[in-house]
Structures are given as structure tokens and as C-alpha cells.
Design a protein around this ligand. Structure first.
Ligand SMILES: CN1c2c(nc(N)[nH]c2=O)NC[C@@H]1CNc1ccc(C(=O)N[C@@H](CCC(=O)N[C@@H](CCC(=O)N[C@@H](CCC(=O)O)C(=O)O)C(=O)O)C(=O)O)cc1
Ligand SMILES: N[C@@H](CCS)C(=O)O
Ligand SMILES: [Zn+2]
Length: 766
């Protein structure tokens, strides 16, 4: 029979229960035992959902209190000494690595956190030493959770991150030079020990994720696969299903061919359906094929007919017992359940499928191909009806938007003059000091702000009352910026629930949800709005707040927008038109907003594009260049409508900009702010090598942690930056917005930042 499987289930729970419990634990409101019990309750609930849906292969160890890669760091005892030396409780040590720890005399920043492939999820980077040793944790989490499920009557397939990906996704610690992959020999015995324990506990198969196979791999990494998997086989070990996702593995298929120790291979057929033939062709005579046909990254209902055709192709070659119907990736990237959405318009609601619904989808497809379509006739008919209704719906088309797109000319993408001319005018107009200080936009989103917004959404306060409240908040942040003596102010974004959702809620062509949360990092979640049709701007979206802020401020006010690519990528996009079309529609809407801001007296405008890097196709080549071309064009289209004297900023919370530097440069933004505080300042060398002419604010401190950086730390960082950037090029700002922080630490950190900037201003003016 064809089995159904899920690669991973979202762990937050139906009401973001894990977020609430974790934050309550951090805030000292619940005990460690309470948090651990809540984790257990959630795991059991999620296993039961999948069992009740009829899923045959249910994952375990997909749960994590903070991040699944961080779990492996602790599992293998790859814990840098700066965390292990304090004798913290293991859960606190784990959170210290995830989010830093500044309490009871312990002061340690978090490990670096970066994007998980091309998703909006972030993982904690394994950070390794030259003399790194590994040791399996005493009570290994994958075994513990397998036994927990077993006790509840559910035999699961544990998920672990494979050794090659664990190392290849890691890095050498600061001042260390080790190439992580060179540590493979030392790591493999720990995997063997873990797998033996899993087998002894009763796990027959294990899902071992090796997602790095979708990248172009360095020779050292590629060559690591065969010897690694040769060692991970034997009678005492479970059967391994190697899983990949978010791309194709055809270019690396030679490392899997002849790897007979693997029981099977999972590939993402939503992203790359064309790899089916090659991967099946490379399988050994008994290996199984796990067909990822239910999208783990988007919320559209699966087209059953298409999915069944794909699975049937595999069955014809391999037979029913060697094919598994699966989600394309873990369902971590989609919201929990559509059942929570009580306010969605029924027409579009019928087009969607969230995690709970997707578990049923894999089960239905598997049944259809095992027992024949008649066994699930009703479900197939209902699905065909939804798919057809969406394809013919009038909601998806807006002729006026299409007409405007057809009239776009190349001139609309360019500023009036080149940077030197623009800068001369901006200097004259804005009169900023050397080393200008600014922030990235958001100030702390206090619980009072969220409570007021919640009251407004529920109708407990009027629009007028809410507006007054927001104005009071804006006045307050202006006063604080006066006290801090910053140079370019922001209005603080108090009116925004999220930098993408806020705009999604104000644009036609979007729908938004009330409960469709997706984990972004740690306890932080986002509620991506959904693009269902052509996008347009019915009215200005941010002008009122920015104008108000400027009216009560004595320094230049920076208007704050989210760029077209970030709006696109952090929404659930349409899958029926190319993403470049959606980006261009967003760019036109934002262009109107930028021009309206300028007309309203806002002469510094920041258009954030932190997701530009995330959208970069994972492999080098033509696809990447194509993407960069339309992505850069969209940004330029959105910003080029202003006068030379108006300063355009853009912001990126990424440090790994080496491979797309030319695209950042091509944006032609007057000022760039980039996340940089946790990376080596020598990454800034690229700006020197490429003779980057415009201005840059590499972040001087990490905003993900409550830890307050000292003035000296910031000065040291600026000193390092000055080895690469000219004083007149350098802006001083944090890594990113401050919405997740508390006011106390925000004021303390910004005071130190402004003092550090003033120190260099004095030094370079004399
Ligand atoms: C910059 N980042 C962002 C990414 N993606 C986005 N879509 N947005 C981003 O900002 N990706 C990369 C990074 C990831 N970083 C973050 C940072 C912070 C968050 C975050 O703070 N998320 C919040 C939720 C934000 C939100 O939508 N808030 C709403 C709803 C608030 C709420 O929970 N309300 C309560 C009721 C009110 C109460 O009583 O408190 C409720 O609905 O039950 C709002 O402010 O109105 C989080 O809390 O996780 C995410 C990614
Ligand atoms: N302006 C946004 C950018 C986040 S990437 C903020 O400050 O939160
Ligand atoms: Zn940012």
C-alpha cells in the first residue's frame, strides 16, 4: 500500500500556546515544570491530530522549545564554553544560546540566528571550535519524544537533522578557523549512538534531513555524504529515509546513487516536480520514494488530480509499496488550522488548506492511489470543485492594475540624477552631522499598544479613540528620541501589527486572517496576509502617521515602508501568476505611497527589503539572475518617483550579502542599513572592493536579545567598521527595528549608541 506521511508539524499550537508558555517562563510567571508539561501536551495533541486524520507516518522530534537546529546543538553537546561554564539548568542554557542571557551575573549574547533556506523561519547556527568534541546528551530528546509518543500508543518516525547538513549549516566561532565539515569524523559516532538508542527504543525508521543537498555544494561537503551514510547503516540502526526540500537534488544525485544504506529518499515535488524521473532513476532496487506533493510552504489547497497523477507516475515505476505520499517539507511554515478562521470570506476560504487540513490531504491522496478514487470520491469531487472555483473567480482579476502594468516604461525605474548630485542636494536640505544616528523604524510594541489594538479590532474602542492613542504613542517616542539626541527620527510604527500584515490589510487583492500564525523565530510568530488577486492601493497607508510625527518633531522624520519583495515574500503569494507580476503590482502601490509621503513633507523615506536576500534562488545560475533583475526593478519602481533632495533608505537584516552585493548596489538607495553586529566586520570588505559610493549603516548592536551593549562595545564595533568604510559614509544604527524589546533596555542601548557616535564625531571633526 501507499503510505501517507508528514515531515513535521507546526509546534505553536492552535492559539500560539507554546509562545505564551515560553514567554511566561522567561518572565518568571510559570515554572520550568509547567513549561515542560505544556510542551508535552502540545506534542500529544499534534500527534493525535495526525493520527485522527489517517496519516500513516507521523513525525516526532519535530517539536522544539526554540528551534530544531538549536536542539541538535544541545543534543550533540556542541555548546560553546561561554554558555556551558555557568552551570545553568539545561533549559536555561538552551535559551541562553537562543536569545542571550543577562541575569544573576551571567552576561552572554545569543548565538547567531539566520534564515532557514529561503523561508521566513530562522535557525540558530551551530558555532564550532577548532578543538570541537561532540558527546550525546544523557537523555537524548529524539529518544525521549519517541517513547512519549509510543506510550500514547503512536509509533512515530523521529526526525533528525543529518550530520552533513548540521555541519554545513554551521560556522567556526569567532577567532576560530575550523572548517565545520572537517569535524564529520568526530560527529558520526554520536549519530551512531543516537540511532542505536532510537532503534532500541523501537524506532524502525528515522527521517534524516539533509536539506543542504538542494544547494550547490563545495567539494568537501559533497564528498562527505557517501562515507557518512556508509557509517550510518547496520542491523543495530533504524532504516533511514533521507529528506530534502525547498529545491531539487538532481545536481547532487550522484552522492545518493549507490548509497544502499538509505532506505529511501524524500524530495520536494511541489517546488521541483521535474526531478521525479531522475531521483527515481537513481534509486536502488529496494529503496522507497517519498513524494512531497502537498505544499509545506503555502496555504493553497492541493490540486488532488495533479498530485495523484504525480504519485501514479512514481507507482508505475516502483510499485505501491515503494511510494510514500508526503508533505513537500515540514508544515512548520504554514498556520495550524483553517478551523480557527471565523471571519474569512467563504469564497476564498474554500481555496485554503492549513497544517491540519494538509494532514488530511496526504491521507486522502494515499488512499486514492492505494484503494482507487472511488474510495475517496466525495473528497476528490469537492476538491475539484474548489480548484475550479478559484480558477474562474472574478476576485483574482483587476483590469486597471493590468493596464497600469502594461504602461510601465524603463524610465520609471531610475532616479532623476546620479548619487553625487542627489547627495549634494540632500546634504543641503537635511543638514545631518557626521556619523548620523537613526533607528530602523519600530520602537517597543508594548502590551498596552497590543491591548489597545485588540480593543479596536474587536470594536471595544472607536477608530477615533484608537487614532488618539496612536498619536499619543508617536508623541512619546518623539520625546524619547529628543532625549536620546538621535539625528533622524522615526515615528516608531505603533500603529502596525506587523511590517507586512499592516500593508496587506490596506491593499486590495489581499485577504488576511485572525489566527493563522506561523513561527518566525523562537517564540515570535507572524501572520502572513494572503495574496488572492491583483494588488492595488485604494488609499494612502502610512502618510497620516508620518505627517503627524513630522509635525511634532524638530529633526528630519523618516517615513517607513515595507518594500515590494518583502511584502511578497512574507505574505502567502498566489501560485497562479508569476511572483514577478505580483511584485510589480506591489511596487506600483508603494510608488504611490512614496510620492504621497514626499508630498506630505517627509524627505527621508526608508523602504525595507529584508526579504530580498531570502528570495534569492538557492542555486547560482540563470534563475538567480532573473530573480535579481525583477526584484531590483520592483524596488526601483517603488522608490524612483521622488525628487533628488529626498533621501531613500533601505534596510536588510542580513549579513550574508556577499553573493548578492551587486543587487544591493543596483537598488541605488542613498543609504543602506544592514544587520552586521553578530558577523565579522571584515564582511564589509566587499563595499571597499566594489568601491561602493553611497552611505551605509551596518548595525552596531543585536536587537534580538534583551542584552544591553556597553558604550565601549559599540565604539569597538565602529572602530572596526572604520577600517572598511569612510567616516562620511557611515551611519550609526542598531541591526534592525526595536519592536521586540522593552523600553528600559532600548533606552539604555540607544544612549550608549548615541554616545559612541558622538565620540567618533568629535574625533573626526577635530
Ligand atoms: C523583521 N522580521 C519580520 C519577519 N516577518 C514578518 N512578517 N515581520 C517581521 O517583522 N521576518 C524576519 C524578522 C522576524 N522577526 C520578527 C520579529 C518580531 C515578531 C513579532 O513580534 N511577532 C509578534 C506578533 C506581531 C503581531 O502581529 N502582533 C499583533 C497581534 C498581537 C497579539 O498577539 N495580540 C493578542 C491580543 C493582545 C494582547 O492582549 O496582548 C492576540 O491576538 O491574542 C498586534 O500587535 O496587533 C509576536 O508576538 O510573536 C515577528 C517576527
Ligand atoms: N522597519 C522595520 C524593519 C524590520 S526588518 C522595523 O523597524 O521593525
Ligand atoms: Zn530588519
Amino acid at each position: 500500500m501507499v503510505q501517507s506521511s508528514v515531515l513535521g508539524f507546526p509546534r505553536m499550537g492552535v492559539n500560539r500556546d507554546l509562545k505564551k508558555a515560553t514567554e511566561a517562563y522567561w518572565g518568571g510567571k510559570i515554572s520550568r515544570d509547567d513549561l515542560v508539561a505544556e510542551g508535552k501536551r502540545l506534542r500529544l495533541a499534534h500527534w493525535k491530530i495526525q493520527k485522527d486524520a489517517g496519516v500513516d507516518i507521523i513525525p516526532s522530534n519535530d517539536f522544539a522549545f526554540y528551534d530544531q537546529v538549536l536542539d541538535h546543538i544541545q543534543l550533540f553537546n556542541a555548546i560553546p564554553e561561554r554558555y556551558s561554564k555557568h552551570g545553568l539548568d539545561s533549559l536555561d542554557e538552551y535559551f541562553a544560546m537562543g536569545r542571550g542571557h543577562q541575569k544573576d551575573g551571567v552576561d552572554v549574547p545569543s548565538l547567531e540566528m539566520v534564515k532557514w533556506f529561503d523561508s521566513n523561519y530562522h535557525y540558530v547556527k551551530p558555532t564550532l571550535q577548532d578543538n570541537q568534541e561532540f558527546k550525546l546528551a544523557a537523555d537524548p530528546k529524539p529518544v525521549r519524544e519517541f517513547l512519549e509518543a509510543k506510550e500514547a500508543g503512536i509509533i512515530t518516525r523521529p526526525v533528525i537533522l543529518g550530520p552533513v547538513s548540521f555541519l554545513a549549516l554551521g560556522k567556526a566561532d569567532r577567532n576560530q578557523t575550523v572548517d565545520p565539515i572537517s569535524l564529520l569524523e568526530k560527529l558520526l559516532p554520536v549519530y551512531v549512538e543516537l540511532l542505536e538508542k532510537l532503534k532500541a527504543a523501537g524506532a524502525e525508521t528515522v527521517q534524516i534531513d539533509e536539506p543542504v543537498l538542494v544547494f550547490d555544494l563545495r567539494k568537501e561537503v559533497k564528498d562527505a555524504f557517501k562515507p557518512a551514510y556508509a557509517k550510518l547503516s547496520g542491523d543495530k540502526l533504524p532504516k533511514l529515509l533521507l529528506a530534502t526540500y525547498f529545491g531539487d537534488i538532481v545536481h547532487n544525485i550522484d552522492v545518493l546513487a549507490d548509497t544502499q544504506s538509505l532506505y529511501g529518499i524524500h524530495v520536494d515535488l511541489v517546488r521541483n516536480p521535474e526531478q521525479l524521473e531522475t531521483v527515481i532513476g537513481a534509486l536502488g532496487s529496494e529503496q522507497v520514494f517519498s513524494a512531497g506533493v502537498v505544499n509545506g510552504r503555502n496555504i493553497w489547497k492541493t490540486n488532488f488530480q495533479k498530485a495523484i497523477e504525480t504519485v501514479e507516475t512514481a507507482i508505475q515505476k516502483l510499485g505501491k509499496d515503494r511510494v510514500i505520499v508526503a508533505t513537500s517539507s515540514s508544515l512548520l511554515h504554514v498556520p495550524h488550522t483553517l478551523d480557527s478562521e471565523k471571519k474569512l470570506d467563504s469564497e476564498v476560504r474554500d481555496w485554503f488548506s492549513f497544517a491540519v487540513q494538509k494532514t488530511s490531504e496526504v491521507a486522502i491522496i494515499a488512499k486514492a492511489v492505494t484503494e482507487g478514487p472511488a474510495s475517496v470520491r466525495e473528497a476528490l469531487e469537492a476538491n475539484a470543485k474548489s480548484v475550479q472555483a478559484r480558477a474562474s473567480s472574478k476576485r483574482t482579476n483587476n483590469e486597471a492594475v493590468k493596464k497600469r502594468q502594461s504602461e510601465i516604461t524603463p524610465e520609471l525605474h531610475s532616479r532623476k540624477s546620479a548619487f553625487p548630485e542627489r547627495y549634494a542636494q540632500q546634504k543641503e536640505h537635511l543638514k545631518l552631522p557626521l556619523f548620523p544616528t537613526t533607528t530602523i523604524g519600530s520602537f517597543p510594541q508594548t502590551s498596552e499598544i497590543r491591548v489597545q489594538r485588540n480593543k479596536f479590532t474587536k470594536g471595544d474602542i472607536t477608530a477615533e479613540q484608537y487614532e488618539k492613542f496612536i498619536e499619543k504613542e508617536i508623541e512619546e517616542v518623539i520625546k524619547i528620541q529628543d532625549e536620546l539626541d538621535l539625528d533622524v527620527y522615526v515615528h516608531g510604527e505603533p500603529e502596525r501589527n506587523d511590517m507586512v500584515q499592516y500593508f496587506g490589510e490596506r491593499l486590495d487583492g489581499y485577504v488576511f486572517t485572525t489566527h493563522a500564525w506561523v513561527q518566525s523565530y523562537g517564540s515570535r510568530c507572524v501572520r502572513p496576509p494572503i495574496i488572492v488577486g491583483d494588488i492595488s492601493r485604494p488609499a494612502p497607508m502610512s502618510v497620516k502617521e508620518s505627517k503627524f510625527a513630522a509635525s511634532v518633531s524638530k529633526k528630519p522624520m523618516k517615513g517607513m515602508l515595507t518594500g515590494p519583495i518583502t511584502c511578497l515574500r512574507w505574505s502567502f503569494p498566489r501560485d497562479d501568476v508569476h511572483q514577478s507580476v505580483q511584485a510589480q503590482q506591489l511596487a506600483l502601490a508603494l510608488r504611490d505611497e512614496v510620492v504621497d509621503l514626499e508630498a506630505g513633507g517627509i524627505y527621508v523615506i526608508q523602504v525595507d527589503e529584508p526579504a530580498l536576500r531570502e528570495g534569492l534562488p538557492l542555486r547560482a545560475g540563470r534563475e538567480r539572475e532573473n530573480y535579481l533583475s525583477w526584484a531590483v526593478d520592483s524596488f526601483k519602481l517603488s522608490t524612483a518617483g521622488v525628487k533628488d533632495s529626498t533621501q531613500i533608505h533601505s534596510h536588510f537584516c542580513y549579513s550574508e550579502f556577499q553573493d548578492f552585493f551587486h543587487a544591493i548596489a543596483a537598488l541605488d538607495a542613498d543609504v543602506l542599513s544592514i544587520e552586521n553586529s553578530k558577523s565579522d566586520a571584515k564582511l564589509l570588505q566587499v563595499f571597499v572592493d566594489k568601491e561602493y559610493p553611497r552611505h551605509i549603516g551596518p548595525g552596531v548592536y543585536d536587537i534580538h536579545s534583551p542584552r544591553v551593549p556597553s558604550e565601549q562595545e559599540i565604539k569597538d564595533r565602529i572602530e572596526e567598521m572604520l577600517q572598511y568604510l569612510k567616516p562620511e559614509q557611515l551611519w550609526i544604527n542598531p541591526d534592525c527595528g526595536l519592536k521586540t524589546r522593552q523600553w528600559k533596555e532600548t533606552k539604555a542601548a540607544l544612549t550608549n549608541m548615541v554616545n559612541a557616535a558622538k565620540f567618533f564625531r568629535a574625533k573626526h571633526s577635530s
